[in-house]
Design a protein around this ligand. Sequence first.
Ligand code: PLP
Length: 442
Amino acid sequence: MNIASDPKSLLSAEANLAAAHATATGILTVDLDAIVANWRKLEKNAVPAECAGVVKANAYGCGAEQVARALANAGCKTFFVATIDEAKVVRSAVPASAAIYVLDGYFQNSGEAYARIDCRPVIGDLNELAEWDVFCRRAGWNGGAAIHIDTGMNRLGLTIAEAQAIIPRINAGDHGITLVMSHLASAELLNNPANARQLAAFREIASEFSGVPAALANSSGIFLGPQFQFDLVRPGAALYGVNPTPEADNPMQAVVELKARIVQIRNVERGETVGYGGTWTARRPTRLAIVAAGYADGYFRAASANDGSRGAEVVVAGKRCPIAGRISMDLMAVDVTDLDKNAARRGHLVTLIGEGITVDELAHHFGTIGYEVLTSLGRRFARVYKGGEARVELSAPATGEIPAAAASAPVAATPPPVPAEAAPAAATPPPVPPETASTDKA
Ligand SMILES: *Cc1c(COP(=O)(O)O)cnc(C)c1O
């Protein structure tokens, strides 16, 4: 079907999209160029600190492989994920020289996996550090690790006293620690005194890790000022368009657009109710568009409308329309009575995110934060990538490479064209130990 790419097509961009994804009930568009532009903006803000990319949770739902590759192409040299499985995906997408940190850290018998894909645990406990050391010694591995120090969040990390206990090791050299970091608990609140407290605590302990790059700031932390930026910053949410400064206008570009298909248009009489529980009553003869997206797609039930309160809104044919009744698992009803009679039709796409509806607005209706909106967006949607990786992908088949094969490769199989300077945090990548290395059972 050539409709989508035919420049002479008389169909609108929207209709082209609908036609190109004929079987999709929803289409999630991720703008990789916007992600790269956001990264560049954060990088500029943080200079001379290095700007990493946090791509955990499938890059906040946006696609870890595509996002990591686009960021690597833009010059990003350090990546953070939550799990080793996530690291595997990122490793297949970025140059071998890129550093990948795993935030959930080291646990028994995970050493070989770390070595095989050359990623680094973020270590937040002295026992964990001891076990990692045992693995490294036995396997002859020297791939590096981060030390996470808790400065007030009380989630992961060594206490300050524990961190002090390993200073002699740092001073002795050859310590295998490539990054010292902490995490802010309230960075999005500019005037929260916890930020200054955490900064002071981290500054003091980090200064004792001489020669080890330090990192404190997440997305919002970058906007707390240069003193929070240290040697490396770790933005996640802001890359994906979530507002890192919720008390002010969003400095980031929107990244995600979500459209879903109208599967039926129906009319209801005044006084009839709509949806489960009959919680929404038509106050006039009402035309409804039944849209194929629901809470199983990550469109939270909390955005439902009832007789007492309005829910979220949806853009239909360019106009905002209110949701009617409860969000179901797979469907929602939208009141399109105020549109021209034929403006909304079966098969058309409506906009759930985009055309002025932001991830943060939706988060407000969902009773949550933009992070959870993004990471919840479901797998039933077709995914379309704009920019960055999209161009690479188009040319990939011609080279005869099979991208999927890279996923199980020991190290990055297809380094994209990125200048291979050593990252500040990177130690020289040592050779990968034999895959048969005995398991570490410290
Ligand atoms: C998730 C995470 C980040 C990124 O946070 P954002 O608020 O999304 O920028 C940075 N550091 C750590 C330790 C994290 O867990």
